[in-house]
Structure formats: structure tokens, C-alpha cells
Design a protein around this ligand. Structure first.
Ligand code: NAD
Length: 491
């Protein structure tokens, strides 16, 4: 059993909080045991990040890039270790961890190794005849980061790596139920040459360690990925000190199938989009909005594909769907599905938890749901797709936008005009056309509305961790500057 701990100032350290066991949700067995951090450990980690900041901030872009490029290589070499940790602590299928989580993280690190050397500024020029103006982009400073349990490695990478590329130092608090890959990332970063203290990991609970980090006076920025209610609490804590925040929150993605769509492609896309990571994905397809003429065939097709999904040991490459993260979370998902018929929903397939160990739940399709129903409006975060019909294109767009969230959406159509209209009118940070889920390091990820603000991934994410400074230099050398007349006339 791994003995994990917190990572502060370049080393694993003993923390004095309560004993905590990381559980494999597929088996209920213990994976790792360690002492949680306490708020005092947050102070140590922040002090370490503060002390390390000047050196890292002043490192040249090429020096920072070299460390990140080495980290990408080491993470790639450590693929099997990272996959094993991710699978055992989250229960995600090994195919997903091997083909998505780890290579996606490696590619993201690699992208920012390059982006670190592309800090562009606007032209330096004489916007006033007597001065040269130039722009400096400077690291924001010490970044506090709080991440969720659904994609522990990717969420850590998306926050930590652009911050490091920008010259910031970081204290990250992963979800205490999934800390392993974040700790491994810190160790690999040290092996890659990242100076001590530039990246620190505190493995504590949200209520004390997370709150202490979000509200810490000596950080400069707080970035958060997680649920909308907790994100707002984090923002409030950071607001006490006026700290910059960036929030990636919940989602309830619409999946709009117009009447000219390729029905087979939409059916497959809906199942893949709804079931990825057992539906514990903020961009997962959750609300299918389907043209009346295709509705019955879509429902039947999705139910058929879902019925063939293989649940089982996440370490088995033949397994399609792993368990939910915990028994508590499964009870929450099951409760929402059980209440759906009371609100008019028809459970077409699924809605059952298989016998045996592990918090497994069958892929579930609920048709005919009411627009006001809980399963249509609230995040379920499980392998559950809900479906409603629409009457015309305006109704489809209206239903797609009838949500407080705005993270991701997709539109399925072979009509280029409809596709363009949908991409313009759907209010979400990402709109896919004839696909749902793919992401890429060069392009931004981030939401609108209750899904938060700011971007992960891409050059836009680097901007989150940089402050823009205007430098204005007098180029005349004269004592009596022309504009002084405005202030005084006699000397
Ligand atoms: P969560 O909000 O419960 O927890 C997220 C993190 O916040 C954890 O590390 C937790 O310990 C910490 N935390 C809890 N209370 C805190 C407090 N008072 N102060 C500071 N930190 C605190 O979310 P979760 O259940 O871990 O993750 C699932 C949620 O994350 C879903 O809502 C999902 O949509 C969202 N998510 C969003 C994105 C995105 O990019 N928008 C990506 C992944 C997950």
C-alpha cells in the first residue's frame, strides 16, 4: 500500500491531520493511507511557494520551458505508474486512463513547454510623442489551486502547468479521495529540475485545508475546478483579499439532434458523450434535445447501445464502464433517477445498481422528462442521459439555453447553416458540431454562467497566470515637460 503525504518545499512531508484511506471504488478496498494536511500545513506550503517565487519568476522562458519539456518526457515514461494510480483511486477504465487521461496530460505539459517561450506583447511604440510605451507580462505570483476527483491528473495539469510556464509558484490541493497522481506529478516535476518550493501539494479535506488555501492572505490568485456551490464559496474566500480567481465549475451539456442529422452518428455520440468517465465529466452529454421526427428512433438506438455496455473491473481492457466514485455518490445518482418518474420521466434502460462490490451503476436513459424536472435541470454526474423532443429550431436552441450552466454543448446536423446558427446561439464555452467531448491542448476549455469563468488549456490559459504591466519611458530628457503647464506655471 502506498503511503502518501503532502509535498512541501521539494519533499514528501509528514502532516499531522487525521488518518485518511484512499478507497478503490471498484472494490471498496484500500489503495493508500496517509495523514491529511491541516491548515498549518497550508501556511508552510504557501511560505515555501512565496520563497521560491522570485527565482522561478526570473528564470528565462527557455529555462522554464526546459523543465516542463523534461517533465512531459518523465510523465510519458511514467505512464504505467500514472495509469495504475488513476485507475485504482477513481475506478476509471484502464482504456480511458491509457488513451485519454495520461497522454492528454503529457501533451498538455508539452504544449506549455512551448507556450512558455511565446509570451507576446503588443508593439512597443511612442503612443505619446514624448514617451515609449511597452508591455511587460509578469507572473501573477503564488497560485492556490483546488481540484476535483473526476480527472485528478488532468485537472492538476490543466491548472499547475500553465501557472509554472508563466513563472508562478503553486500550492495545489487535490480532492483528498484522489491525491495519488497529483503527488506523483510533483515528484516527477522535482526530478525534471523544478526548484524546491515552486510546486507544493497539500492533501487535505475541502472544509479545512481547501478553505484555508482559498482564503489565504499570502497567495495572489485562486484557481478552482469543482462544483458550482463550492466554487462560489472559494470565490468568496478569495474576495476577502481581493485575489484574482478563475473557476471551472459544473455543467449540464445539451446535445441537440436536428432532423437532418446522421442518426447513427448521433446515437453513438450520445452514448459516448454521456458515459465517458461514468458520466462524471463536466462536459458530458446530459440533455439530449431531439427533433420530433427522430425522437423514437433515437431513444431506441441509445437504449440498445447502452444495453451492450460492459461494466466490470476497471483494470480489464475489455471493461467499458467503471464504478461511480463512491457509494455515497452512487446513492445520490440513484436517488435522482428514482425520483424521475414522479416528475414524468420514463426510465427506458438502466436505473439499477448491479449486485456485488463496488459502486457500479448501469447506463441509464430517461426519456420524456419534463423541462422543470430535477434530472433535466441539475447536474447528476453519473451515467445518465435524459431526453426531450423539440418542435422547431428555435425551440431546440431555447431548450439548449434553458440552463444556468454554460460549459459545453453539441449540435448534430448536416446543414451548414444550422450548424453555424447553433454555434452562434448556444450559450456555452464550447460548441461541438457532429461530435461531443474531444478536447485539444491548443484550444481553450472553460464555461459561462454557473459553469464559471476563465480558461484552462491553450494560450488563453497562460494569460490567466500573467499580469500585464505598462512601462512608459520619457524619451525627451527635458526638465520642463510640456504637460507640467497643466499643473503649475511658476517655478
Ligand atoms: P467539489 O466542489 O465537491 O470539490 C472540488 C474540490 O474543492 C475538492 O478538492 C474539495 O476538497 C474542495 N473543497 C470542498 N469544499 C471546499 C471549501 N469549502 N473550500 C475550498 N475547497 C473546498 O467537486 P467534486 O465533487 O470534487 O467534483 C465534481 C464537480 O466538479 C462537478 O460539479 C463537475 O462538473 C466539476 N468539474 C468541472 C470541471 C470544469 O472544467 N468545468 C472539470 C471537472 C469537474
Amino acid at each position: 500500500m502506498t503511503v502518501a503525504s503532502s509535498w512541501i518545499d521539494g519533499a514528501l512531508v509528514k502532516t499531522g491531520g487525521a488518518q485518511h484511506t484512499v478507497i478503490n471504488p471498484a472494490t471498496g478496498e484500500a489503495v493508500a493511507e496517509f495523514a491529511l494536511a491541516q491548515p498549518g500545513d497550508v501556511d508552510r506550503a504557501v511560505a515555501s511557494a512565496r520563497a521560491a517565487l522570485p527565482g522561478w519568476k526570473r528564470a528565462t522562458p527557455a529555462e522554464r520551458s526546459a523543465v516542463l519539456a523534461k517533465l512531459a518526457k518523465l510523465a510519458d515514461d511514467a505512464t504505467s505508474e500514472l495509469v495504475a494510480e488513476e485507475v485504482s483511486q477513481t475506478g476509471k477504465p484502464v482504456r480511458l486512463a491509457t488513451e485519454f487521461d495520461v497522454p492528454g496530460s503529457v501533451d498538455n505539459i508539452d504544449f506549455f513547454a512551448g507556450a512558455a517561450r511565446h509570451l507576446e506583447g503588443k508593439a512597443s511604440a511612442e503612443y505619446s510623442a514624448d514617451h515609449t510605451s511597452s508591455i511587460r507580462r509578469e507572473a501573477v505570483g503564488v497560485v492556490a489551486t483546488i481540484t476535483p476527483w473526476n480527472y485528478p491528473l488532468q485537472m492538476a495539469v490543466w491548472k499547475v502547468i500553465p501557472a509554472l510556464a508563466a513563472g508562478c509558484s503553486v500550492v495545489i490541493k487535490p480532492a483528498e479521495i484522489t491525491p495519488l497522481t497529483t503527488l506523483t506529478l510533483a515528484r516527477l516535476a522535482a526530478d525534471a529540475g523544478l526548484p524546491d518550493g515552486v510546486l507544493n501539494v497539500v492533501t487535505g479535506s475541502g472544509a479545512d485545508v481547501g478553505a484555508a488555501l482559498a482564503g489565504h492572505a499570502d497567495v495572489d490568485m485562486v484557481t478552482f475546478t469543482g462544483s458550482t456551490p463550492v466554487g462560489r464559496r472559494v470565490m468568496l474566500a478569495a474576495a476577502q483579499h481581493g485575489h484574482r480567481t478563475q473557476l471551472e465549475l459544473g455543467g449540464k451539456a445539451p446535445f441537440v439532434v436536428f432532423d437532418d442529422a446522421d442518426l447513427d452518428a448521433a446515437i453513438q455520440g450520445a452514448v459516448a458523450g454521456a458515459l465517458i468517465n461514468t458520466g462524471q465529466d463536466c462536459t458530458a452529454a446530459t440533455r439530449a434535445i431531439v427533433a420530433q421526427g427522430l425522437y423514437d428512433d433515437f431513444v431506441a438506438g441509445v437504449a440498445e447501445v447502452m444495453s451492450k455496455i460492459v461494466l466490470g473491473d476497471p483494470a480489464d481492457p475489455d471493461t467499458d464502464l467503471g464504478p461511480l466514485i463512491s457509494a455515497v455518490h452512487r446513492a445520490k445518482v440513484a436517488g435522482m433517477v428514482e425520483r424521475a418518474p414522479g416528475e414524468g420521466g420514463r426510465v427506458v434502460t438502466g436505473g439499477v445498481a448491479p449486485e456485488g462490490p463496488g459502486s457500479f451503476y448501469r447506463p441509464t436513459l430517461i426519456a420524456d422528462v419534463a423541462e422543470t424536472s430535477e434530472v433535466w435541470r441539475d447536474e447528476i454526474f453519473g451515467p445518465v442521459l435524459t431526453v426531450r423532443a423539440f418542435t422547431d429550431d428555435d425551440d431546440a436552441i431555447r431548450q439548449a439555453n434553458d440552463t444556468k450552466y454554460g460549459l459545453a454543448a453539441s449540435a448534430w446536423t448536416r446543414d451548414v447553416y444550422r450548424a453555424q446558427r447553433a454555434s452562434r446561439e448556444i450559450h456555452a464555452g464550447c460548441v461541438w458540431i457532429n461530435d461531443h467531448i474531444p478536447i485539444i491542448s491548443e484550444m481553450p476549455h472553460g464555461g459561462f454562467g454557473a459553469s464559471g469563468f476563465g480558461k484552462d488549456m491553450s494560450q488563453y490559459s497562460l494569460e490567466e497566470y500573467l499580469s500585464i504591466k505598462h512601462v512608459m519611458s520619457d524619451i525627451t530628457g527635458v526638465v520642463d515637460k510640456d504637460w507640467h503647464r497643466t499643473i503649475f506655471t511658476k517655478r
